[in-house]
Design a protein around this ligand. Sequence first.
Ligand code: 5GP
Length: 194
Amino acid sequence: MKTKGLIFIISAPSGAGKTTVIKNFMKRHKKDFVLSISVTTRKPRKNEKHGRDYYFISREKFKKYIKTGKFLEYAKVLDNYYGTLKSTVLNSINKGLNVIMDIDVQGATQIRKKIPDCITIFLRPPSLKELKKRLFKRKTETEEEAKKRINLAKKELKEQKKYDYILTNKKVRDVVDTLEAIYKYEKIKNNYKI
Ligand code: 5GP
């Protein structure tokens, strides 16, 4: 699949600070980037809003979307399903807008196959110890869920080599600046493609 806009995929273990990084990057790119809002069967957290953070739907509806081919990619992450709608991404890139997708390592593998030009970025926490600290501190999950996420993080960290860029989230501002540099570089690279 050839695209007009660029597709940035950002994957990170839970608690690595991906949401904050993306939010800060998007503040600088309101006009040229669209954040892909995923569909999920997970229940919303206290501060989450339908249509802003995710489209929260039932498992039945999710399965219907799979059957009717609505997803560009989807995956089961721990106990819930998450997916990216084709319409969300294609509408934007065909208008020449760039898209940021916050998806897990399974989803990234699926998109790489369909859109080889996509730019993949893996965001790491400074250490596993720091990740544990952040996950337990934010209290958005039960202790049991947080433990599951830490175990998953260990597996996900093994996948980082498959990504075009690996960034370590020590300081949000530094990561956002690096993302900015990657964007500038990729834009130039893309313009020179024959
Ligand atoms: P959370 O429950 O913390 O919001 O997300 C759990 C994981 O699901 C994260 O790794 C996040 O990147 C991933 N995720 C969110 N949306 C999607 C999606 O549309 N597709 C896939 N494959 N993963 C997603």
